[in-house]
Write a protein of this length. Structure first.
Length: 292
C-alpha cells in the first residue's frame, strides 16, 4: 500500500488511543504509545500500566478485524525518568496481549536510540560508530574521487546521520556535542585533504558547513518557522504560543513567542516548547518576517 495509504488505512488506531487517554504517534507501520505518571502518587504507576495494556488489547482486536497483525514479540517497553528518581520506578514489565515485555534500557525510535535517562549518550555513541565506519570506507577510496564526488558521499553517509533528528540533541552537554563535531571535522578533512594539525574552521567555512551545535539550532528554527506558517504537524504548532501584550509596545510586531517556565533544568530546558521560543525570540526581526 505504501506509507501514505497505510497511514490512512490504520488511522482508527489513533481513535482507540484517544478513547484510553493515551498519547499516540504513528509513522507508517511504527506506532508508539506514550503515558506519563507521577512517581510520588501511590497507585499511579499501576493505573498507568492498566490503561496502556487495555489500549493495546483494543488495538490488537481492531487489527485482527482489519487483517493486520500486532507483533507482540517485537514490542519494546521503555520507562524514562531522571537518574535521581530511578529508584522510585516499580514498573518492570508490561503485558502485550500474550507476551510479557520487560522494560529495556534503550529503544530505537525512527533511527534514534532513546535511553531510560533521555541523555542521548548511547545514541551519540552509536551514531559516532556508524559515521566513523563510513568515513574509513570513503577514505580508502578518496584518491579515486573528485572533490564533488567526495562531498556527495559524505553527505549521503555521514552528515545525513548528523542531521537526522538532530533537534533532539538540543541542550546536550559539550562532552557529547564535541564527539559529533569531531565527526564533522574528520569529514571536512576527508573532502579537502587537510591535515589533522590544520585548523578546521577555515575548512568548514570553505565547505559552507555550519558546526554541529549551529546545525542543531538551525533545525529547531526551521521547525519553528514551519509551525508558525502552518507547514508542521498540529502537535508542534500547539507548542508555540504567540506572546500577547496587554498594551502597545515597540516589541508588539516582532512575532515573539511565550517561553514556558521550567523547573527541571536538565530536561525541561531541552524541550522543544522551551528551546524553540527562546531561539526564535533571539532572531533579528527581519528574519522572522521572511515568507520563504
Amino acid at each position: 500500500m505504501g506509507p501514505k495509504l497505510f497511514t490512512v488505512y490504520s488511522a482508527p488506531i489513533a481513535d482507540i488511543g484517544r478513547q484510553h487517554n493515551v498519547d499516540l504517534h504513528m509513522y507508517a507501520d511504527d506506532t508508539q504509545l506514550y503515558l506519563s505518571f507521577n512517581l510520588n502518587t501511590p497507585g499511579d504507576q499501576i493505573e498507568t500500566i492498566c490503561r496502556i495494556e487495555a489500549c493495546i488489547v483494543d488495538i490488537k482486536r481492531w487489527m485482527a478485524l482489519n487483517k493486520l497483525k500486532l507483533n507482540d514479540d517485537k514490542t519494546e517497553f521503555l520507562v524514562i525518568t531522571s537518574p535521581q528518581n530511578r529508584h522510585k520506578v516499580s514498573i518492570q514489565s508490561i503485558n502485550v496481549c500474550e507476551s510479557l515485555v520487560q522494560s529495556v534500557g534503550t529503544a530505537r525510535n525512527l533511527g534514534v536510540l532513546f535511553d531510560h535517562a533521555l541523555n542521548m549518550a548511547k545514541h551519540v555513541t552509536s551514531l559516532c560508530q556508524a559515521a566513523y565506519y563510513r568515513l574509513r570506507t570513503i577514505n580508502s577510496i578518496r584518491n579515486t574521487l573528485t572533490k564533488e564526488a567526495a562531498v556527495i558521499l559524505i553527505h549521503a553517509f555521514v552528515t545525513s546521520r548528523l542531521d537526522n533528528a538532530n533537534a533532539l540533541l538540543t541542550g546536550l552537554p559539550g562532552t557529547l556535542l564535541v564527539k559529533l563535531q569531531r565527526i564533522q571535522n574528520a569529514a571536512a578533512r576527508t573532502v579537502l585533504g587537510t591535515k589533522k594539525r590544520d585548523h578546521i574552521t577555515p575548512a568548514l567555512i570553505k565547505l559552507h558547513w555550519l558546526p554541529v551545535k549551529q546545525r542543531i539550532l538551525f533545525k529547531v528554527l526551521i521547525l519553528t518557522w514551519k509551525a508558525l506558517h502552518n507547514q508542521a504537524p498540529g502537535y508542534i504548532r500547539d507548542m508555540l504560543v504567540p506572546l500577547v501584550h496587554t498594551r502597545s509596545l515597540r516589541s508588539s510586531d516582532q512575532m515573539l513567542l511565550c517561553v514556558p517556565r521550567t523547573n527541571l533544568k536538565s530536561y525541561g530546558d531541552r524541550a522543544f516548547s522551551v528551546v524553540a521560543p527562546r531561539a526564535w525570540n533571539d532572531l533579528p526581526p527581519e528574519l522572522k518576517h521572511q515568507e520563504n
